[in-house]
Design a protein around this ligand. Structure first.
Ligand SMILES: Cc1cc2nc3c(=O)[nH]c(=O)nc-3n(C[C@H](O)[C@H](O)[C@H](O)COP(=O)(O)OP(=O)(O)OC[C@H]3O[C@@H](n4cnc5c(N)ncnc54)[C@H](O)[C@@H]3O)c2cc1C
Ligand code: SF4
Ligand code: SF4
Ligand code: FES
Length: 610
C-alpha cells in the first residue's frame, strides 16, 4: 500500500477543486445535532469528525426510490430499461459502512447482475475515514469491520495535528490524489497513522467472536429472547431502513395521469414491515413481529454471512439508535442469548398475601417485560446470600404485567422469601420446562385434580381456561387440602364454581364443625363426578403430593381414561433448571427440561417416575 500525508487545509482545497469538477461530490455534513450524507456545494460543509450518520451512504447506489423500467400502458413491447447514474465521489465513509458496501456489491453482482445498482457503483469513487469519535451503539470491532479499507479508493486517517494520513487503495484513488498537494508519508507518519486508526474504541462488544454467529444462531432459532423483545415492536421498519446492509426493495407499477404511460419503480422495503411476506390469499408468512425479528437477526447473523462470506451486520449500531422500542440491537439480542444460563434477572415484589400458616402468595414484576410463561412451567428464584429454588408459576399467561407464585415455607430459601416485603427484589431465571398445553385441547372437557400445594401450578391452567372459557367443553375441578386452615385460593374456587358448565368439588382430609363439604382423600371425589365425565373427550391434569398420583391414576384408569389423556406434573429436586446438574433426573429423563409436565403414557414405564 502507498501512504501519503496532506495538510487539512490542502485537503479542503482539494475537495473544493473536486466540487468544481465533473463529479457530483457527496460527503458527511452536520444537520442540527445529527450527521447526514449530502451533496457538497462548499468544502466548509464537509464534516469528517463525526460519530455516525443517520443513514448510510447506500442511498447513492440504491436510491430510496428509482425507476427500473418505463412503458406505454397495454403495450408489453414498450418496456424500456431505465438506468440513471452519474459519476460521484463520496467523502468520509467509515470502515464498517465500506464493509457494508462490499456486501451490497456482492449481492447485486452475484448471479444475475443488477445493472441499476452496479452502474452507479462503478461510477463512484469512495474516500473513507477511520473514526475520530465514539458512538455508544457501535460494535464494529466485534464484527471485524472497523479496519475495512478494501472497498475504498482512498482512506483518510486523522493524524491529530493539522494533517491527514492517506492510504492509497486503488489506482483510481492514486490518480485522484495526484491532483492534490499530498506528499509521500515518511516512516514516522506511517507509524502515527497505524496508531491513530485505533484511537476510537467501541464502548459495547459482542460476547462472542462475530465469525461464530452463524453456528450460534442456528442453535438459537427457538430462543425466547426474540419473542420477549418482539412484544414491544411497532413494526415501524426504522431498524431496516437505517441499516447499511439491508437491501430488500418493493417493486410497483405507477401509471401517469394521462393513463398512456408509466414506470415500474423500486422503493426501499424491509423484512420488519408487517406486509413484507404477505402472499396471495391473505396469508402472511411472517405474521408476527417475533417471526419478523427472528428473520432479521438470522438474516444478519447467519443467512447473509453464509451466502456471501461477509458480515451481514457490520456493527454500525444505527438500528439500536433508531429503534424507539429499544429492542432492535443485534448486539443486545445476541449477548442476551449468549449470557450465562445461571445469571438471574431482577424481579420486584409487588404484593404479598398470607394464605395459610405456611403459605404466602407473591406477585412479582420484571423490568419492561412479561415473564412469557405457559401454565405448568416454573422459575428458579434467587435470594443472594441464601440460595436458589424452583417454584411453579401460579398465574395464567393471560394475566399480563406481573406473575404470581404460591410459596410454602419449608427451609432456608423459602423462609427468606417469606421475609420479603413489597419493593424488595429477587433474582429470577426462567420460565423453564414443559407445560400443560391447554391451548391444544380446544373443545375438550377438562378435569383438574389438585392435592394441597398442587393447586398452585394448576391454577395457572385453570385461570387460562376461565379466561378462554368458550373454547372448552365442561370443566371439573377437584381440590383436596389437609384441613380447613390449609385451603388455598378459597375465593377463586368460588368464582370458578360460578363459571358456565363448571363443577368444583373440594374435600378435606380432616373436616370440622364448620366444614359442611366432603371429607376424605381426593380419590373420594372421583365417583361423585364419574357420571358427568366422558373419558374419551376429557383431558385430566393431576398435581399433588407424590403419594397421590398412583391412587388417582388408578381411579382414572378404571373410569376408562387413556394414558395419553392423563397429564401429571412431577416435582423433583432441582438445582440448575436447565438440564445440566443432574439432580432432577429420573432414569434418562431430565425433569427440568422434558417435564415437569408429562403425559402418564410417557413416564409409566419409568422405574423412578411415580
Ligand atoms: C418444578 C418445581 C415446582 C415447585 N413449585 C413450588 C411451588 O409452587 N411452591 C412451593 O412452595 N414449592 C414449590 N416447589 C418446591 C420448592 O422448590 C422447595 O420447597 C424449595 O426448593 C425448598 O427450598 P428451601 O431452601 O426453602 O428448603 P431447604 O432448606 O433446602 O430444604 C427443605 C426441603 O426442601 C427440599 N428441597 C431443597 N431444595 C430443593 C430443590 N431445589 N428442589 C426440590 N426440593 C428441594 C429438601 O429436600 C428439603 O426436604 C417446587 C419444586 C419443583 C421442583
Ligand atoms: S443490523 Fe444494525 S448494527 Fe448491524 S449493520 Fe444493520 S443497522 Fe448496523
Ligand atoms: S425492532 Fe424497533 S425499529 Fe425495528 S420495526 Fe420493531 S420497533 Fe421499529
Ligand atoms: S435441575 Fe439440573 S438437570 Fe434438571
Amino acid at each position: 500500500m502507498e501512504y501519503k500525508t496532506i495538510g487539512k487545509r490542502d485537503f479542503r482545497d482539494f475537495v473544493n477543486r473536486l466540487i468544481q469538477g465533473d463529479h457530483e461530490i457527496n460527503g458527511v455534513v452536520r444537520k442540527g445535532t445529527a450527521f447526514v450524507y449530502d451533496t457538497l456545494v462548499d468544502t466548509s460543509d464537509l464534516c469528517l469528525d463525526y460519530d455516525e450518520t443517520l443513514l448510510p451512504p447506500k442511498k447513492y447506489f440504491l436510491p430510496v426510490k428509482e425507476t427500473l423500467l418505463t412503458f406505454k400502458t397495454g403495450d408489453p413491447s414498450s418496456y424500456h430499461e431505465s438506468v440513471e447514474a452519474e459519476p460521484r465521489i463520496i467523502i468520509g465513509i467509515h470502515p464498517w459502512d465500506l464493509a457494508a458496501i462490499a456486501l451490497l456489491d456482492k449481492a447485486f453482482s452475484m448471479g444475475q447482475s443488477d445493472v441499476n445498482y452496479l452502474s452507479r457503483r462503478n461510477q463512484s469513487l469512495l474516500i473513507g475515514i477511520y473514526p475520530t469519535r465514539a458512538f455508544k451503539h457501535r460494535f464494529s470491532g466485534s464484527m471485524i469491520t472497523d479496519e475495512h479499507y478494501q472497498t475504498a479508493d482512498l482512506m483518510l486517517v486523522d493524524l491529530g495535528n493539522d494533517a491527514y494520513g492517506i492510504e492509497v487503495v486503488t489506482d483510481e484513488g492514486r490518480a485522484l490524489i495526484l491532483e492534490s498537494a499530498a506528499v509521500p508519508a515518511d516512516e514516522h507518519a506511517i507509524e502515527n497513522m497505524e496508531r491513530r486508526k485505533h484511537v476510537v474504541q467501541d464502548e459495547v462488544h459482542l460476547s462472542m467472536p462475530g465469525k461464530d454467529l452463524p453456528a450460534f444462531l442456528k442453535k438459537q432459532q427457538q430462543s425466547k429472547v426474540i419473542d420477549r423483545r418482539a412484544d414491544r415492536c411497532f413494526s415501524c421498519g426504522s431498524c431496516v431502513l437505517v441499516c447499511p446492509t439491508c437491501y430488500c426493495f418493493h417493486v410497483e407499477e405507477e401509471v401517469d395521469l394521462s393513463l398512456q404511460a408509466g414506470r415500474r419503480t423500486r422503493t426501499w422495503d424491509g423484512c420488519m414491515m408487517e406486509g413484507f411476506a404477505s402472499a396471495a390469499g391473505g396469508h402472511n408468512f411472517r405474521e408476527t413481529p417475533a417471526n419478523r425479528l427472528r428473520h432479521r437477526i438470522l438474516r444478519k447473523g447467519k443467512y447473509l454471512p453464509e451466502h456471501f462470506h461477509l458480515p451481514g451486520c457490520v456493527g454500525c449500531g444505527r438500528c439500536a439508535q433508531a429503534c424507539v422500542a429499544d429492542i432492535a440491537s443485534p448486539l443486545e439480542i445476541i449477548n442476551e442469548m449468549n449470557r450465562s444460563i445461571y445469571l438471574p434477572e431482577v424481579a420486584t415484589l409487588q404484593k404479598v398475601q398470607t394464605m395459610t400458616d405456611k403459605d404466602r402468595f407473591f406477585e412479582f414484576t420484571l423490568e419492561g417485560r412479561d415473564l412469557g410463561h405457559q401454565p405448568g412451567q416454573f422459575v428458579e428464584l434467587s435470594i443472594p446470600g441464601i440460595g436458589e429454588a424452583p417454584f411453579s408459576i401460579s398465574s395464567s399467561p393471560t394475566k399480563t404485567g406481573c406473575f404470581e407464585m404460591l410459596i410454602r415455607n419449608v427451609g432456608k430459601v423459602t423462609e427468606a422469601v417469606h421475609r420479603l416485603a413489597p419493593g424488595d427484589q429477587v433474582g429470577i431465571r426462567g420460565p423453564f420446562g414443559s407445560h400443560f398445553a391447554v391451548e391444544r385441547y380446544l373443545g375438550k372437557d377438562l378435569l383438574f385434580i389438585a392435592g394441597g400445594l398442587g393447586l398452585a401450578p394448576l391454577r395457572s391452567a385453570i385461570n387460562y381456561v376461565m379466561d378462554n372459557r368458550e373454547n372448552y367443553g365442561q370443566v371439573t375441578i377437584l381440590s383436596g387440602a389437609r384441613d380447613r386452615s390449609q385451603r388455598l385460593f378459597p375465593e377463586e374456587i368460588n368464582e370458578w364454581s360460578r363459571a358456565p358448565d363448571t363443577l368444583v368439588l373440594e374435600t378435606l382430609d380432616h373436616g370440622d364443625d364448620q366444614w359442611s363439604g366432603q371429607t376424605g382423600v381426593i380419590t373420594t371425589l372421583l365417583p361423585m363426578v364419574s357420571d358427568r365425565i366422558t373419558p374419551s373427550d376429557t383431558k385430566a391434569f393431576i398435581v399433588g403430593p407424590p403419594i397421590m398420583y398412583r391412587f388417582v391414576i388408578r381411579e382414572l384408569e378404571s373410569l376408562g381414561f387413556d394414558h395419553k389423556d392423563i397429564l401429571v406434573s412431577l416435582e423433583r429436586r432441582m438445582e440448575c433448571g436447565v438440564g445440566k446438574c443432574g439432580h432432577c433426573q429420573i432414569d434418562d429423563i431430565y425433569v427440568c427440561q422434558e417435564g415437569p409436565v408429562f403425559t402418564y403414557d410417557s413416564i409409566r414405564e419409568s422405574m423412578e417416575a411415580l
